[in-house]
Design a protein. Sequence first.
Length: 431
Amino acid sequence: MDTEKKSVMKEHNGLTRALNFFDVVCMGFNCVVGAGIFLLAGQLDNLVGIGSLLVFPICGLLCFAVALCFAEMGSMYNKTGGAYLYAKDTFGSFAGFLVGWIMWLASIIGWASVASGFGLYCNYFLAKDKEWLSKVIVTLLVLGLSMINYYGVKPGARGINFFTVGKFLSLLIFIFVGIFFVKRENLGQLHNGGSFSMATTLALYAYTGFEFLVVPAGEMKNPQKHLPRVIMTVFIIVTLLYVTIQYVAMGTYPYLSGSDKPLAEAASYFMGPVGGLIIGIGALLSIGGINAGIALTSPRSLYVLSADGFFPQCFAKIHPKYHTPYFAILVNTALILLLSLTGSFRYLIEASVMVSILQYVPTCLAVIVQRRKRPYAERGYKIPGGYCIPVAALIICGWMLCHLEHRVFGATALAIAASLPFYFRKRYGRG
């Protein structure tokens, strides 16, 4: 018992607890608010009408519960790896490999979906007969970001910072101007024929990325006290922001249902062309920023799997001059272009949500298992209420998975099956 405590305590040495409550709230807010809110308002209105104002609080509750599970697991380790590390340590190498593979799939599909969304907003500025140019722009975006990250991490990080201001400024303009143009008759009613469960699942896309909110837990002052408050504060603010944006979009734009550029079209409707221009540019900056962030992290998932011996070592090669996983970057770039240029945005969203949930489930299970296996291990943060929150998170995840389309299940199952030869190749020898 004492030996286990001492060994785990050593894992936490070396981190400086310098981040205060406000620091981590700001970091978390930037992690969560991204491309989804610019892209989903029309589809949610089409599915459930005014009921779309309820789907964001439900997603917020799920993500709050799952984020607490990530917080507890993350506080047990003083090294990177996320869900891959938690699954590997808790359930063994096979589970770890599958979660690592799913994390890589999530980064690939996630990047493809936001690249596709970037193309949709590009169409706002293009004539109908020139919309093919959006695919050219998406191609240049993916190639450009990959090239930046090929030449080093620092330029990639600077690229992310460039996009942040435009995102928040455009959303605030949309809310504070649009609120004066809301008309009650535009809000409509709950669509009886819509799928509330599907709308909730799609809305989860607007929250993906929240798992990174708990990464700095080891560097927080008094995480046991502050971390749950940080997570709750971030999700309350983000959910209120999302509900307000959805309310303004529905109340100002009677043609919102089904729009694939909802905020720009709504702003153009109540503010004129200048409003559409401002929100359109803000959307491109926000979605471009998410592209830049995923471009920086996605190849590293492939690199880690290769470095651990599951994939051929060529994916783990580091460029001698730029010190980046250049071959992994090249492979990722090719896959992103294939998916973003051929897959529909709606399909990519559903696939992104599914693989995201498949990352969450093992982490929630790991909380329960680790408490039984290592009850005395030091945790920088421990979820209150026993097993209630992780069990509730698992139930909601299961409910959401049950309402995804069969074709998404089939494609995901095939993608996971394709990974198995790599695992067994390492497990039973290279032949």
